[in-house]
Write a protein that binds this ligand. Structure first.
Ligand code: NAD
Length: 454
């Protein structure tokens, strides 16, 4: 991967800003372009950038609707003021994406920024250098380099980017770096979206079918070798169901990977040597009982799934987001204990729960906090484009996916346009005030009060 020369980074930002100010990236022209060139855009995104066609099609189709100026319903006496909500692009934005799912996590925000009419710098992760280099090569073929630029590099380059003022920063990654990003953004009062991770727990209600739960949890955990922000991180199960759950995991693992996952092309590798080492070290320090021992091949960064039972508070596997194919099981004595366990930790990105009982579901909704809550499956929620994706607390803030990404990069710009003819109705707001006007004005919450009450 070729890093972007640091000295050029401020010039890149200035060029993006100049393009934004020129109006070339404004949403109306983009909405028109999306309408007129819909098929071409969708084909390009699908063929060259691997964007799921359905999402690209939907974005293009719905953009004119999202970008529409709104006229909120107001009381009759305010109607002549023409209260209006313009959808204004935030400006020149910075998008910082991580290594896992680099394409979706780079393009989802970029498409939202383009749709909103922003110009953007995209900083992909240095941990996927081949992809990041490819991005730097192909993006200028499809997008105007004056409006959209890929900036490559690592900490020095990103530090330079963060010195500059942006109109919005959209960061996806871990909470530690998020704090660096947030401090840099604070210097310029830059609005921020933080799409972070954390430990997403799974609670299994004692009455739920353990076999189905195990199959669905293991499938979610095996995706990208557990290197997904929404991967089930650990499982809370009724103590007397733990062994049944272990057996079900072992059975389904055998069914998914009859020869094991070590050499399976259907099972991903660990992204870097340091992450491989981190995961094997976490596993070697657990005080739990390893009931599925995954083989490791450090040279090829391969690591098979491992399942560990009887994991207790304070264990190495409960220290940090695992982000790999290790699944600890924490036995509990009641649903209340499971809820307390979850609530004693940072708010997760997702809370998974397996239950057929509506009152248990309701209890989980009302007694816990998490970015999302998913019942009776894992990972599949990401296929529902209509649902916003976001964390809460330690798992981040700000929304994304389709219209929600568009909204993130859009400012709702409020406006009124006061007609000259309103002057007689406004007369009593001007000093000197009559006694009656003073009474009404001092009682009003806002200064520009209802003229017909004066
Ligand atoms: P990463 O190491 O690729 O870092 C993400 C970005 O931060 C990169 O572009 C990188 O260049 C930049 N960065 C790294 N160190 C930096 C520093 N010191 N200063 C400034 N910038 C720096 O990816 P990661 O953070 O390891 O990604 C995994 C994390 O992301 C997990 O916690 C995962 O849960 C989370 N994640 C969240 C979502 C979501 O949508 N909520 C999606 C994917 C991943």
């Amino acid at each position: 991967m070729l890093s972007t020369p640091i000295s050029t980074i401020p010039k890149i930002r200035d060029a993006l800003r100049a393009t934004f100010r020129s109006g070339l990236a404004r949403p109306y022209s983009l909405a028109r372009m999306a309408q007129n060139e819909r098929e071409l855009i969708c084909d390009a995104l699908h063929k060259d950038l691997g964007k799921p066609k359905t999402e690209a099609v939907k974005s293009a189709e719905q953009l004119p609707e999202w970008a529409k100026t709104e006229y909120p319903d107001v009381p009759d006496w305010q109607k002549s003021w023409k209260p209006t909500l313009y959808k204004a692009p935030r400006g020149t934005v910075l998008i910082i994406s991580p290594w896992n799912y680099p394409m979706i996590l780079s393009f989802q925000p970029l498409i939202g920024a383009i749709a909103a009419g922003c110009t953007a710098a995209l900083k992909p992760s240095e941990l996927v250098p081949t992809f990041s280099q490819l991005l730097a090569e192909i993006v200028p073929k499809y997008l105007d380099p004056n409006a959209y630029q890929v900036v490559n590099g690592a900490v020095p380059e990103i530090s330079k980017l963060l010195e500059l003022q942006w109109d919005h920063i959209f960061y996806t990654g871990n909470g530690k770096v998020a704090r660096i990003i947030a401090s840099a953004a604070a210097k310029h009062l830059t609005p921020l979206t933080l799409e972070l991770g954390g430990k997403s727990p799974v609670i299994i209600d004692s009455t739920y079918d353990i076999d189905i739960a195990a199959k669905r949890i293991l499938w979610g955990k095996c995706n990208n070798a557990g290197q997904i922000c929404v991967a089930p991180d650990y499982v809370l199960v009724q103590r007397d169901k733990q062994d049944e759950l272990v057996k079900a995991f072992q059975k389904h693992y055998k069914a998914f990977f009859p020869e094991g996952a070590l050499d399976s092309p259907l099972f991903g590798s660990i992204v870097s040597d340091s992450h491989h080492k981190r995961l094997t070290s976490l596993l070697s320090r657990t005080k739990g009982e390893i009931v599925l021992q995954g083989r490791a091949d450090a040279a090829r960064r391969r690591l098979e799934p491992s399942i560990v039972k009887n994991v207790a508070d304070g264990d190495s596997l409960l220290e940090e987001e695992l982000f790999g194919p290790i699944l600890p099981i924490v036995p509990v004595d009641s649903l209340k204990q499971a809820i307390d366990f979850v609530n004693s930790r940072s708010h997760p990105l997702v809370l998974y729960a397996f239950s057929d009982n509506d009152s248990v579901k309701q209890q989980l909704v009302s007694e816990t906090q998490s970015g999302g809550i998913v019942f009776n499956d894992t990972f599949q929620q990401l296929s529902v484009n209509e649902l916003p994706f976001a964390g809460v607390g330690e798992s981040g803030y700000g929304y994304q996916v389709m219209k929600h990404t568009y909204d993130t990069f859009t400012q709702l710009r409020s406006s009124i346009d006061m007609p000259k003819e309103a002057e007689p109705h406004l007369a009593s707001r001007y000093p000197p005030h009559s006694e009656e006007a003073v009474k009404v004005l001092t009682a009003a919450v806002y200064m520009p009060i209802q003229p017909n009450r004066l």
